[in-house]
Ligand binder design. Sequence first.
Ligand SMILES: NC(=O)c1ccc[n+]([C@@H]2O[C@H](COP(=O)([O-])OP(=O)(O)OC[C@H]3O[C@@H](n4cnc5c(N)ncnc54)[C@H](O)[C@@H]3O)[C@@H](O)[C@H]2O)c1
Length: 390
Amino acid sequence: MSDPIDSSATLGIVGAGTMGTGIAQIAAANGHQVHLYDAYPEQLATSEAGLRQILAKQVEKGRMTQQQMDTLLGHINWTDHTLSFSKCSLVIEAIVENLDIKKDQFARLEAIVPKDCILATNTSSLSIASISSALKRPDRFLGIHFFNPAPLMKLVEIIPGIATSTETVQKARTQIDAWGKVTVLAKDTPGFIVNRVARPFYGEALRIYEEGIADAPTIDWAMKTIGGFRMGPFELMDLIGHDVNYAVTETVFRNFYYDPRFRPSFTQKRLVEAGWLGRKSGRGFYDYPTENPPEPLTDEGLGREIFERILAMLINEAFDAVFMNIASRKEVDLAMLFGVNYPKGLIDWAEEWGFAQVLARLEHLNALYGEDRYRVNPLLRRVVHNGDSV
Ligand SMILES: NC(=O)c1ccc[n+]([C@@H]2O[C@H](COP(=O)([O-])OP(=O)(O)OC[C@H]3O[C@@H](n4cnc5c(N)ncnc54)[C@H](O)[C@@H]3O)[C@@H](O)[C@H]2O)c1
């Protein structure tokens, strides 16, 4: 086992946007010297001003002292060049989600960083293998996927590519663990764990809505009140932004060779086309600011039917991730607990509900619709019928 990168190590972050700034904050708070590079000077100014504002609020609330704030900021060097990356032991890239631009960036970085520097991408949807093809030494390259907002969300997915060495994975994981994050190891497949397993939370809710079974407020009410989720699917899509959420769904769908389980919805596509992107545009499924939010139909029976249908579909997806060795049961459950704040891990939840109950719910949907979208995962069947463990 190799030594972790120590807290005196210097880090490089490429891209001073939402994610890059958040990751720089975490590293600086853990005592690292951080070089935060962006190709656009105005973005560097925005990043620094934004972080100052966030930290000043923390000081105001008594969550950190002025001195801690100054020390943290003193650890970050906002820079418009990457020359200082020649001293870094870990570089995390968080620039625009474009394969050619990322490949070009890594090819240039490789020529600057030391031989033993780990190179990582925060990509959400590109394959680690495709980005690694730009590198002469892909063995020191991997995916380190933070969630937004990075300083608050505990989960980090660690994704080795086809050529990543075991040493690189161990070193990177040890480092991120040392920052108090919950790390899970995921295979280099579309959506990794969270963005794959979470798809039915949106997709099945949209399907229920499109079929006219219930409206958005009722589905949101069911998932929150009966399911215990912090936000309903429609509120959450409005918050994420329909452009972003639709793009992730479409990418996952395409990358899964058009598996109907991941098919995007026309309803969401129309919202994007109309510019009804959610909170940020003032209108999505709801109007913002929400002064008089529409009332849900608080029918317990209907609510339970909605919640169980969406939960069963989520559990089916969690089983598929284990079945296809994307990650272990434990890691899939941790990923959904800490990456999207689900109230319970999905497979633990299935066990509590009863695996046979989940299977029955899915078989009912499958029989009702006869669509491949509702096919039951073989591992769930084996657990119920053969007593296999999961
Ligand atoms: N926002 C999220 O919720 C989220 C979550 C997890 C992962 N990600 C991933 O993180 C990455 C960054 O996302 P973001 O939301 O922070 O984006 P963002 O648009 O907020 O920031 C991207 C930054 O990269 C800079 N940039 C663009 N091209 C560059 C280049 N060639 N060289 C240097 N800097 C360049 C931009 O100026 C900008 O500051 C993407 O790969 C995204 O998929 C995003």
